[in-house]
Ligand binder design. Sequence first.
Ligand code: FES
Length: 275
Amino acid sequence: MWDYSEKVMDHYRNPRNVGKIDDADAVGNAGSLSCGDQLKIYLKIKDNIVTDAKFQTFGCGSAVASSSILTEMIIGKSVDEVRKITNKDIADELGGLPPEKMHCSVMGYEALEDALKNWGDYQDLDDLREPEKAQKIVCTCFNVTENVIWDAIKQNGLKTVEEVTNYTKAGGACGKCKGLIQDIINTYYEKEKSEQKLSPTQRILKINNIIETQISPELQKDGGDINLVDIQDNKIYVKLHGKCSSCKNATLTIKRFVEQTLKTALDEDIEVIDV
Ligand code: FES
């Protein structure tokens, strides 16, 4: 039995803004009946403000609650504000959803994104960057595109195939797409890592800062200290002072501590050399 928040139960029992807007300015769809749930969202937009929103859904209680709260979240907001809403915002607004039901919040996000795309000039930034992703179906059982999986990973920090299944349903039937999902997860985190890469100057400053603020104060507690001597690629040359340099075993332990601290903060390939 899932553990639902009071807000989920309230929106499930008394859903707001159910129905259709006949003269809607934008309509968005997500999911499909063959996949078990479907959401259609209707928007009225005037002067860039969402003045009304309604929804029709076939799905579980979480899908009803997610759609209902989403309409409340967007009415009265500008299109710019609305397009920043993620599935995580929807789930948070509901006071959380069980992990296995997070895909309902993703369905709300997808339908909203679809409506805004249909409305006019809005395009998802990821689509602009990698347009081939938008329509590429990864999971044929649930019709889930690469773009949806990518967004779910990005917005929710998903790290495993199981988590992606909870959030998007992809991988939850025959399982044939699980390898592809894992590839997308790997690609996402490799890309994130390369984007976070520091310039050589930033790297030197960061290493110096870690030594001065994290490592040196720890060594000083035992009467020792450390100086940065040189950096060559992943080799970091340091000089240990005082008690640290007097005993071979202590030096080894300290070297390991220094190395681990720098590895955790920078990367696993770092080697510390005491000179
Ligand atoms: S192709 Fe994804 S579960 Fe079957």
